[in-house]
Design a protein around this ligand. Structure first.
Ligand SMILES: [Ca+2]
Ligand SMILES: [Ca+2]
Length: 212
């Protein structure tokens, strides 16, 4: 690529001649944009996740837009450098960022994903970049949305009565919705508590407690 010159030299049988030149400019051929995307992402239910490492480059500098879309959440960017949302809506499941390559990349660096309310499972972020001549590159980023934390819930019986005798209280249990129960503390003010330690199921503790 670059400049070239075509020279035309015509000569007759007596040596008279004419020479002319034609300037030729060889332009760069179009190349498609190339996305750079991160590996699989892990999100938590009802919690936003910044995904800042997406960028795009076009070898001949004519990037036009980058479309982002997910199926089970919303995408939000902060527009900068003159970038605009040319299609879709900021804060929705799909949006297209248009502008210069620098503006698109600065805007992409601000991307935040959040799964739909209560959504737990797999999602896919699709990144589709297109240049002014219609060449494009499409990549995907896997997102796994895990269950958010929920507090343990105790189950306890109603009022218990006893007098100078031990009392078995066998109907206390506890459950944690996302299975990360760590401990259960039991206490009384005017007696003692005794439990028999045993193999414990992850979601339920059923001690034998006695108040004396
Ligand atoms: Ca191009
Ligand atoms: Ca929990």
């Amino acid at each position: 690529m670059g400049a070239d010159t075509l020279t035309v030299l015509s000569t007759d049988s007596q040596g008279a001649s004419d020479s002319d030149t034609v300037s030729i400019t060889v332009a760069t051929g179009n190349v498609a944009p190339i996305n750079s995307v991160p590996g699989a992402q892990s999100a938590v239910e009802n919690t936003s996740l910044a995904i800042s490492s997406i960028s795009v480059a076009d070898g001949n500098g004519d990037l036009a837009s980058t479309q982002l879309s997910v199926s089970h959440g919303t995408l939000t960017v902060t527009l900068s450098g003159g970038a605009t949302i040319s299609s879709g809506t900021n804060g929705s499941g799909t949006l297209t960022i248009s502008g210069s390559q620098a503006a698109i990349n600065t805007t992409l660096a601000s991307l935040v994903y959040q799964g739909n309310v209560g959504y737990v499972g797999a999602d896919t972020l699709t990144v589709l970049s297109t240049d002014s001549q219609g060449a494009s590159d499409s990549d995907t980023v896997s997102i796994t949305v895990a269950t958010g934390n929920v507090a343990p819930i105790n189950s306890v019986p109603g009022t218990k009565r006893c007098r100078n005798t031990s009392l078995a209280i066998s109907s206390i249990s506890v459950a944690d919705g996302n299975g990360d129960l760590a401990s259960t503390q039991l206490s009384v003010s005017h007696g003692t508590l005794t439990v028999t330690l045993m193999a414990v199921r992850p979601s339920a503790v059923a001690p034998t407690a006695a108040v004396r």
